[in-house]
Design a protein around this ligand. Structure first.
Ligand SMILES: [Mn+2]
Length: 214
């Protein structure tokens, strides 16, 4: 990635994802900055116009702009919304956002479960046979479990709860891509966060592997 060049980076991710899709493989993104997800979903949406997104995160990421930037980790899901449309995005674990975002959510554009993963089982039942993308911002975890991230928010879920979410995801029949993002190893000298991220990644890869065999 050309560091600091957002547009070129998104272009590279978009083109690479298109190639992965064309080769009949499943894109699995690892980060880093959550904005990477935008380009992957954009490429997947071309193939799956009925694409749904399950998004685990502490933050809404639904601002139209952040610090003057249109494309950032705090805005990407709003830009995803702009092409996937109403009732396609399902957010869980959310405990940070601004007033404008929460007001917009209340208008009913996206599904949002605050603080925890309650209701995920029902959403999984509903989305069982439609194309689903899974976006996991690891800051959905409590900072006591995962401090190595750029914008930690107290009051998050436990690792066991995340494991239960993976169990739910394994019931989906059509996962078409996934990501695990926002690990910043330098922010956690204990390296616990890196271990948590690696273990989460393993779980998600096993779920995608099962999808490939279907
Ligand atoms: Mn976040």
């Amino acid at each position: 990635m050309p560091i600091g060049d957002v547009k070129t980076s998104l272009d590279i991710i978009y083109k690479t994802t298109k190639k992965i899709i064309k080769d009949n493989k499943l894109p699995m993104m690892v980060g880093g900055e959550h904005l990477v997800t935008y380009a992957v979903i954009k490429a997947l949406f071309k193939k799956y116009p009925n694409l749904h997104i399950i998004h685990l995160d502490a933050h809404t990421d639904l601002s139209e702009s952040f610090l003057g930037m249109k494309f950032s980790h705090a805005t990407f899901m709003r830009h995803v919304y702009n092409f996937v449309g109403d009732n396609k995005i399902y957010q869980f674990g959310i405990r940070s956002g601004d007033e404008k975002e929460f007001k917009w959510v209340k208008e009913g554009h996206v599904y949002q479960q605050k603080y925890d993963l309650n209701g995920l089982d029902e959403v999984v039942k509903k989305l069982k046979d439609v194309p689903v993308y899974i976006a996991i911002d690891l800051d959905v975890l409590d900072p006591s479990v995962f401090p190595g991230t750029g914008t930690p928010e107290p009051g998050g879920i436990t690792y066991k709860e995340l494991l239960c979410a993976f169990e739910q995801f394994s019931k989906l029949n059509k996962i078409v891509g996934a990501d695990i993002v926002e690990l910043s190893p330098m922010l956690d000298p204990s390296q616990t966060s890196t271990i948590v991220a690696a273990k989460s990644l393993r779980e998600l890869i096993l779920i995608l592997q099962k999808q490939k065999q279907n």
